[in-house]
Design a protein around this ligand. Structure first.
Ligand code: NZQ
Length: 389
């Protein structure tokens, strides 16, 4: 294990009925003016909006609504939210939605109180946050990103065509309410992309140094087997509470920093996808589903014993006298088959790329991480994009 310091300040309340039971009481700790932030309106269709409003009313809050947070939230939307928060003297932001809403709320919470340009000082490069953002709380409606229990926000600067994420612990939600039943209405396409996002996060941690036996890798294998099992079950029956509740907590566990302890982490695949998202506005989990097997084939030979371990311990493939390389590659092929099995795309064309998409330019704009089996170069990222096309 590498050295680490661990802290997670989000109070997490999980289970059916938790919003009705706890939200009013949790809100009492914060000021009167609450900004209710949400997305395109699914919470009005599935009844979550009414439940949350009821709790806000019981807590005696003055509510300012901020809606229309789009998937892949933009910096423009963040600035709009910050203006709304300042004009209404917001004391607390309550985000109700999936990763996009939660991420946007964190960035709004920063931008509303910071005098300068948060993109320049905290997103374009890592910054040191010496101020306190507006406190936020979240009601999770879609599982996948794990944003509910960390300080990370992924924002797209649409002018610069850069999508990037930073994790500032001061942006951790004060509380996260997680009712798995709230995720039942997530459309299947979004449900599987969220689930795959979780699997991808775990893989990005697992396939990074150190590789010697360690607690994080053992936990990662158990979580990966769980995500695979639970995604299969949720595809069969979207209202399978066991599967949906497991998927929700697996997503949180992948990104609440516990799994990362003692590991360098990679996140190259997620960063490649972020740039595809910046140019193509595609669904994040679908983008990583396209890239992950191809990326794995590129780095597999640099990390053969770990990929063999992945094949045996996660996919339960029999060794049967196969060489380390054969088994490692079979594990990656099995991952690719699973992606197809649950209905995710396997090519960039399926997620919106066409002959006008400048894959070279997108590759050149990718941030490069150092944590995986081998460090990528922009030229190799371009090759990966072409293979995915
Ligand atoms: O806009 P609304 O009405 O909320 O509808 C959303 C949206 O259209 C819908 N949805 C959410 N809950 C629903 C529902 N529809 C019906 N019933 C419900 N209960 O689902 C659509 C997608 O929502 P979104 O929040 O965009 O999905 P997701 O949770 O996958 O978040 C994706 C964003 O998070 C970023 C991604 O890059 C992307 O911008 N990520 C954030 C990370 C983090 N903070 O740590 C890490 C991730 O890897 C990822 O990069």
């Amino acid at each position: 294990m590498n050295n680490f310091i661990f802290e997670n300040t989000t109070k997490t309340i999980f289970g059916e009925g938790c919003v009705k039971e706890y939200l009013t009481c949790l809100l009492r700790h914060y000021g009167e003016n609450v900004m209710l932030a949400y997305g395109g309106g699914s919470i009005r269709d599935n009844g979550i909006y009414n439940q949350v409003m009821e709790s806000l009313a019981k807590a005696g809050k003055k509510v300012t609504e901020f809606s229309g947070i789009m998937p892949n939230p933009t910096y423009k939307k963040v600035l709009e939210g910050a203006r709304t928060a300042r004009e209404n003297k917001i004391d607390f932001i309550l985000g109700v939605g999936g990763g996009s809403v939660m991420d946007c709320c964190k960035a709004i919470a920063m931008a509303a109180v910071y005098g300068g340009d948060i993109w320049e000082e905290f997103f374009a490069r890592p910054g040191i946050m010496e101020f306190d953002p507006i406190p936020i709380g979240v009601v999770v409606t879609a599982a996948g990103t794990g944003s509910e229990m960390n300080g990370a926000a992924v924002i797209t600067n649409e002018k610069l065509k850069i999508k990037t994420g930073r994790d500032y612990p001061k942006c951790n939600p004060k509380f996260a309410l997680m009712d798995p039943v709230y995720t039942y209405s997530v459309p299947k396409r979004r449900m599987v992309s969220g689930g795959f996002d979780t699997l991808s996060h775990i893989m990005e941690i697992y396939f990074s140094r150190p590789n010697e036996d360690n607690v994080s890798d053992d936990m990662a294998e158990a979580l990966m087997r769980g995500v695979i099992r639970d995604l299969r079950a949720a595809v069969q029956n979207p209202q399978d509470y066991t599967a949906r509740s497991n998927l929700m907590w697996e997503a949180t566990m992948a990104e609440n920093r516990i799994l990362k302890l003692g590991k360098q982490t990679d996140f190259m695949c997620n960063q490649m996808e972020h740039q595809l998202g910046a140019y193509m506005d595609c669904i994040h989990g679908e983008g990583v589903a396209v890239l992950q097997p191809v990326y794995c084939r590129h780095i597999c030979r640099d990390d053969l014993s770990k990929f063999q371990r992945f094949a045996v311990n996660v996919w339960k493939l029999p060794a049967n006298g196969k060489s380390e390389e054969e088994l490692a590659l079979e594990g990656v092929d099995t991952l690719a088959d699973f992606i197809r099995e649950i209905g995710l795309p396997a090519t960039l064309r399926e997620i919106g790329a066409d002959e006008d998409t400048d894959l070279r330019q997108i590759a050149e704009s990718c941030n490069i991480s150092a944590g995986g089996g081998r460090q990528m170069a922009h030229r190799e990222i371009f090759e990966i994009f072409r293979e995915c096309y």
